[in-house]
Write a protein that binds this ligand. Structure first.
Ligand SMILES: Nc1ncnc2c1ncn2[C@@H]1O[C@H](COP(=O)(O)OP(=O)(O)OP(=O)(O)O)[C@@H](O)[C@H]1O
Ligand SMILES: [Mg+2]
Length: 239
């Protein structure tokens, strides 16, 4: 489904942000990606989604290489970045229609999905307003609605719970579950370890660009009766 094969990123300033990372994410999984600030999560998600090129390695999404077949690979997923930057001068509905056009979502599905997602995120009344009047959370919800519109195979999000109110955070968790129940796959990074522990089938912990743990939350905890947070803090503390 989604394979990260020995991916390394060295930025032009010499910083090695990700070091020979391997991940194999399976169909139907909710996969959580956690690590301290600066660990390399965003860098990894940007390489997976083709926003930046890896220095070494490749990513295959449903068999499509993000390097050799970028368009084929990009048809397999949608991405919600950590900062919801949307062109200010367009209306919410124009943004959603733009996404639906790009992904060839037919009229009926577009109508149904826009109605469903904007209603549960309570932004349907704002759709006729331009994005410059949206709060941070509203922009984020608009982006999430846009990313769900094409019903992507893989739904990828970078710290999606930051900035969402408790109601919206719960809606997003439920939508992630629904996506997987319908055969889709979800990959997201987060600092909200309680959400990761309760929601994810498997979790990867990255620290200083390297994978330091991978498995179900139970496997990572070695069946000890501690929280994922305890394990995370133990594994990532600086000596
Ligand atoms: N464009 C860049 N040029 C140089 N170094 C960068 C660049 N972007 C990120 N880095 C560095 O790469 C490392 C990994 O950053 P990254 O943004 O991937 O971390 P992260 O795990 O997403 O952190 P956070 O939890 O704070 O979002 C950091 O040391 C960061 O300073
Ligand atoms: Mg980040």
């Amino acid at each position: 489904m989604l394979q990260v094969n020995r991916v390394t990123k060295v930025y032009t300033n010499g910083k090695k942000a990700v070091d020979t990372l391997d991940l194999d994410i399976k169909k139907g999984e909710i996969f959580g990606f956690i690590g301290p600030n600066g660990a390399g999560k965003t860098t990894t998600l940007k390489m997976i989604t083709g926003i930046i090129a890896p220095t070494e390695g490749d990513v295959l999404i449903n068999g499509h290489s993000i390097l050799k077949d970028a368009v084929g690979a990009k048809h397999q997923f949608t991405f919600v970045p950590d900062h919801p930057e949307i062109y200010d001068a367009i209306k919410g509905i124009e943004y959603l229609n733009f996404i639906a056009d790009m992904y060839d979502v037919n009229k009926e599905e577009r109508r149904q999905r826009i109605e469903k997602y904007t209603k549960i995120f309570q932004i349907e009344d704002a759709l006729s307003q331009t994005v410059n009047s949206y709060s941070h959370g509203m922009r984020q919800k608009l982006m999430i609605c846009g990313a769900l519109l094409p019903n992507p195979n893989v739904f990828i999000l970078d710290e999606p719970h930051v900035g969402l109110d408790p109601h919206s955070a719960k809606v997003l968790k439920d939508l992630m579950k629904e996506h997987c129940d319908n055969g889709g796959t979800v990959l997201f990074s987060s600092h909200v370890l309680e959400v990761v522990e309760n929601l994810c089938d498997r979790v990867a912990i990255i620290h200083k660009g390297k994978l330091i743990a991978l498995g179900t939350p139970e496997e990572i905890k070695h069946d000890r009766s501690v929280s994922l947070e305890d394990i995370f803090l133990e594994m990532t503390k600086d000596e």
